[in-house]
Ligand binder design. Structure first.
Ligand code: G1P
Length: 298
């Protein structure tokens, strides 16, 4: 049903102030989980879902992020000479085909909706597109966006990744007003960005993966600022519902880490470290020792 999703927008213009001083000179998206930058996880997930064109919405000071996707001929030659084939493959995975990647500047930090709107000229009026927020890292057997594309192929409309959160945390998210709960899919009556405590329509929160109908970009044209004084993507998606078009929440299978927060980043580092065969034994031993020491100290 409908057109294939082959473009993804990556809003990466944020200042990353929660990670200062590191983000004084490196973009937050280049910070590493084990040995790969956050952005690499997002790219790999997009590729697995069939994305062929990558649109980055950037800002000042994101040069290192743009360079990351270039070829590194000297490094490649040196690895080849030394027979380091595995590292060479790892490196190749970071390269982008010419023309597959575009960078658009968001000149002012006016919100997530505004960041996505900045990419409007690169998306045709009949073309659905994905949005990936690289701060939300999702460990999953089938990558989250791929799960969503499979569901989207059957349902069409617009779709957001969704996850139950403790009620006290709902005000940190976009929250779904559920019409019909069908298990992994829910149809949606409305969406509220960062509702006040006690005003959340459910505890089903939007996580940073979206498949959007191109009309959402038109909705963004008309939007005024919403929660926090920013132009919100949530409001533009909610406008779809108001106009009678379908919006679904998708409860993905996988574990999400909030790498926009220090605690979440540390948790992801532990989880991805433990998932790596070459680190597993040594790292697990160390963690066990740490836990034993902590308990003894209490
Ligand atoms: C953004 C979205 C919000 C969503 C969240 C998921 O908020 O605006 O709807 O729930 O990402 O991580 P932010 O975390 O950028 O404030």
């Amino acid at each position: 049903m409908g057109r294939k999703v082959t473009k993804a927008v990556f809003p990466v213009a944020g200042l990353g102030t929660r990670f200062l001083p590191a983000t004084k000179s490196i973009p937050k998206e280049i910070m590493t989980l084990v040995d790969r930058p956050l952005i690499q996880y997002a790219i790999d997930e997009a590729r697995a879902a069939g994305i062929k064109e990558f649109i980055f919405v950037t800002s000042r000071g994101k040069g290192a992020l743009e360079d990351y996707f270039d070829h590194a001929p000297e490094l490649e030659t040196s690895l080849r000479k030394r027979g380091k084939d595995e590292l060479l493959d790892t490196l190749k995975n970071t390269n982008m085909e010419s023309g597959a990647i575009a960078y658009i500047r968001q000149h002012k930090a006016l919100g997530l909706g505004h960041a996505v709107w900045c990419a409007r000229r690169l998306i045709s009026p009949n073309e659905p597109f994905a949005v990936i927020l690289p701060d939300d890292v999702i460990a999953a057997e089938t990558p989250c966006l791929q799960q969503m594309v499979e569901a989207y192929d059957k349902l069409g409309g617009s779709m957001v990744a969704a996850m139950e959160v403790p009620p006290a945390q709902a005000s940190a998210y976009g929250v779904l007003d559920v019409r019909d709960d069908m298990g992994s899919i829910v149809s949606v009556n409305g969406m509220v960005e960062k509702p006040k405590p006690d005003a959340a329509p459910s505890n089903l929160a939007v996580i940073g993966r979206y498949i959007l109908a191109p009309k959402v970009l038109n909705n963004l044209n008309r939007l005024k600022s919403g929660a926090g004084g920013e132009i919100q993507l949530t409001d533009a998606i909610a406008a779809e519902i108001a106009e009678g078009r379908d919006v679904f929440g998708y409860r993905f299978r996988g574990q999400r880490f909030d790498c926009g927060s220090k605690a979440g980043f540390l948790q992801a580092t532990v989880a991805f470290g433990l998932a790596r065969e070459e680190l597993q034994d040594e790292f697990l031993d160390y963690l066990k020792q740490m836990v034993t020491l902590q308990k003894a100290a209490q």
